[in-house]
Design a protein around this ligand. Structure first.
Ligand code: BTN
Length: 242
């Protein structure tokens, strides 16, 4: 893997996507920035992070023309990779909050933004953006966030965490290339946040209901069983956890 280190950039995802349009990128190129001034999150949200305390990086992964029907397995593999790496540094009670927030107890440690490059209905490559809270000691306006330091009491070396997490992600992505889709889905479902626990959800019509997460569909939609024991699937924009 090749690592490009930048001091400041708008967004490592944007940087890597644009670089890929200008030159042929080496598979497994990683771009890490000390600070981002336009960090992007899911659903068009912003991603804010503290320079020198957190990791903001993106991984470029090339695929040999993966069918779009296997898009979700990339997200499963990346989430599992981060999950395993955080367990290695002893973050307690790590789970994956659908679709791919990595949690310790009920607080978020890592956000993931995957952007895929498609050609003729095949995935040719992905840019996988990782925002990982490492050594933050507080999150003033973000009560739902935590860091490795806050959850373990141990300060980390940023370069070592970068190495650990990126290797773990790339290892899991090999399973996508090998076609290990079913097992990736099963492993992802095993560590889903609040699986089988009654939670309150709101659908895109503003309707609130109690339900239990049962798993995910092959396409990566979340499966929620309501009080009438009917299971429905939802895409990211269609459902909110409350
Ligand atoms: C989310 O939880 O909403 C996803 C956050 C992803 C943030 C990372 S930081 C590195 C990379 N560059 C970006 O602009 N976003 C991702």
């Amino acid at each position: 893997m090749k690592i490009i280190k930048l001091s400041a950039i708008d967004s490592t995802n944007t940087y890597l996507i644009n670089l890929g349009k200008k030159e042929v990128l080496l598979d497994e190129t990683i771009v890490v920035a000390e600070s981002q001034n336009k960090g992007r999150g899911q659903l068009g949200n912003m991603w804010q992070s503290k320079p020198m305390q957190s990791l903001t990086f993106s991984v470029f992964k090339r695929f040999g023309n993966l069918p779009v029907s296997n898009l979700s397995s990339i997200a499963f593999a990346v989430s599992i990779g981060v999950h395993l790496a955080l367990k290695k540094v002893l973050v307690p009670q790590v789970t994956i909050k659908w679709p791919n927030d990595i949690m310790s107890y009920s607080k978020k440690v890592t956000g993931i933004l995957i952007e895929n490059q498609l050609k003729h209905n095949k995935i040719v490559s992905s840019v996988i953006g990782i925002g990982l809270n490492v050594n933050e000691e507080d999150f003033e306006n973000l009560p739902q966030a935590t860091s490795i330091l806050l959850s373990t009491g141990k300060k980390q070396n940023l370069d070592e965490v970068l190495q650990l997490v990126s290797e773990s992600i790339l290892n899991q992505l090999q399973r996508v290339e090998q076609g290990d889709y079913q097992n990736l889905k099963k492993e992802y479902e095993k560590v889903l946040f609040r699986k089988n626990i009654i939670s309150v959800f709101e659908n895109d019509q503003g309707f609130r209901f109690n339900g239990k997460i049962k798993g995910v569909s092959e396409a990566g939609e979340i499966l929620i069983e309501n009080e009438q024991e009917i299971t429905s699937k939802y895409q990211l924009k269609e459902i909110k956890y409350l």
